[in-house]
Design a protein around this ligand. Structure first.
Ligand SMILES: NC(=O)c1ccc[n+]([C@@H]2O[C@H](COP(=O)([O-])OP(=O)(O)OC[C@H]3O[C@@H](n4cnc5c(N)ncnc54)[C@H](O)[C@@H]3O)[C@@H](O)[C@H]2O)c1
Length: 146
C-alpha cells in the first residue's frame, strides 16, 4: 500500500498511547492524519505536532462519529486507512510503559467477567477450578517466578 501525501488516515484514540504512535508513524510517512479523540488538549497537541487534524469524536456516539468523518473528509479527502485505538474498555492495559526503567512492563491482566457466571452456578464452579488465562501463559509464569 502506498503511504504518502495522497493518502488519508483516521486514527481513533490518537491523542495517546497506541493511537498516538500510529498517528505519528503514519504522518512520518507523509500520510494526512485525522485524529478522533475525546481528549481535546492532547489530541490537539498531537495533531499540531504531526501537521494533522484533530476532531473531537466520541466513538460511542454515532452522530459524533459521522460528524468526525465529515470533517476529516472535508479536510483530507476520502480516508483509505482507519486505525481504531480509542479505549472504550475499563479493563486496563496489558502492557505499560515504565518511565523509570524506560521499558515496557507487563501488567497483570484481570480476568474476563463472564455473563454465564451470573446465570449458571455450574459455569461458575468450572471457571473457578480452571487456571486463569494468564496463569496458563508460559511467559507470564516465567515473569512471576523471576
Ligand atoms: N497498551 C496495551 O498494553 C494494550 C494491549 C491490548 C489492547 N490495548 C487496547 O488498545 C487500545 C488503546 O490502548 P492505549 O494503551 O493506547 O490506551 P490509551 O489510554 O493510551 O489511549 C486511549 C485513547 O482513547 C481515547 N478515548 C477513550 N474513550 C474514547 C471515546 N469514547 N472516543 C474517542 N476516544 C476515546 C482516550 O482519550 C485516549 O487518548 C485500547 O482499546 C486498549 O484496550 C492496549
Amino acid at each position: 500500500m502506498k503511504f504518502d501525501s495522497t493518502t488519508s488516515a483516521v486514527v481513533t484514540g490518537g491523542a495517546s498511547g497506541l493511537g498516538r504512535a500510529t498517528a505519528e508513524a503514519l504522518a512520518a510517512n507523509g500520510v494526512k492524519v485525522a485524529i478522533f479523540d475525546i481528549n481535546d488538549e492532547l489530541g490537539g497537541e498531537v495533531a499540531k505536532a504531526i501537521g494533522g487534524l484533530f476532531v473531537h469524536v466520541d466513538i460511542t456516539d454515532e452522530q459524533s462519529v459521522l460528524g468526525g468523518y465529515a470533517q476529516a473528509r472535508a479536510a483530507h479527502g476520502q480516508e483509505r486507512i482507519c486505525v481504531h485505538c480509542a479505549m472504550t474498555s475499563r479493563r486496563g492495559k496489558t502492557l505499560a510503559y515504565d518511565k523509570e526503567s524506560g521499558s515496557f512492563r507487563r501488567t497483570r491482566p484481570r480476568t474476563m467477567p463472564m455473563a454465564s457466571r451470573a446465570s449458571s452456578p455450574r459455569a461458575t464452579a468450572s471457571a473457578r477450578s480452571r487456571p486463569r488465562a494468564w496463569q496458563r501463559c508460559p511467559r507470564w509464569r516465567m515473569a512471576s517466578a523471576a
